[in-house]
Design a protein around this ligand. Structure first.
Ligand code: 5RP
Length: 222
């Protein structure tokens, strides 16, 4: 199976977690895009969606789905999103698509986080994928030095030779070379750096369920 076929398989499996008549939180990225296309097939059975990025909101609307502002929402049974890496405990690295802040905020409202990922994303130790950190633009140099002091190498993410600007108007530092043996401790430590908006470590609130696409079929990790 190709990676895209594995992503489609987990996106289809995730539909079983969507609660009819309720609001669903929707992540960002290529796997989430497969999920959005599957969700569109049952759009009349859900109340609305909340998007974790402008790109996701646009794709949902293009399918004719209602996209709500999170401020209008008090109950969200499930949030469904991909990951760049996930470990057996459900801790994840996210933010490869630069949407980590809105992803973490929308996920925080959901009762259940369902991660959908192809099998290549499952790791023993998080950190081979560079850890994204969203920062206030004026702070990227000082935050970068503090992140590097934690043992990695922080690099400003560029797009077309310029700093990539997130949906929130901020920059992303990608921290290379980390071996994250205690994800929760590192999430707390990075959260404490002044200038950091969000770290793409999802350990304090990890995935409740992971649907992993493998050659043997979709495996469910809980
Ligand atoms: C975006 C994310 C994505 O979930 C993550 O990058 C995985 O993306 P893909 O499904 O394209 O591999 O965190 O900010």
């Amino acid at each position: 199976m190709t990676q895209d076929e594995l992503k489609l398989a987990v996106a289809q499996a995730a539909i079983a977690y969507v609660v009819e008549g309720e609001i669903v939180g929707v992540g960002t990225g290529s796997t989430a895009n497969f999920f959005i296309d599957e969700l569109a097939k049952m759009k009349d059975k859900i109340k609305a969606a909340v998007a974790s990025s402008e790109a996701t909101a646009e794709r949902l609307r293009a399918h004719g789905m209602t996209v709500l502002d999170l401020n209008e929402v008090t109950r969200m049974p499930v949030y469904i999103d991909g990951a760049d890496e996930i470990n057996a405990s459900g801790a994840m690295i996210k933010g490869g698509g630069a949407a980590l802040t809105r992803e973490k905020i929308v996920a925080s409202v959901a009762e259940k986080f369902v991660c959908i990922a192809d099998g290549s994303k499952l790791v023993d130790t998080l950190g081979r994928f560079p850890l994204p950190v969203e920062v206030i633009p004026m702070s990227y140099a000082v935050v970068g030095r503090q992140l590097s002091a934690l043992g990695g190498e922080a690099k400003l993410r560029l797009k077309d030779g310029q700093p990539l600007v997130t949906d929130n108007g901020n920059y992303i530092l990608d921290v290379h070379g980390l071996q994250i043996t205690d994800p929760m401790a590192l999430e707390n430590a990075i959260n404490n750096i002044v200038g950091v908006v969000t770290v793409g470590l999802f350990a304090r609130q990890g995935a409740d369920v992971c649907l992993l696409g493998t050659a043997e079929g979709v495996k469910t990790l809980k």
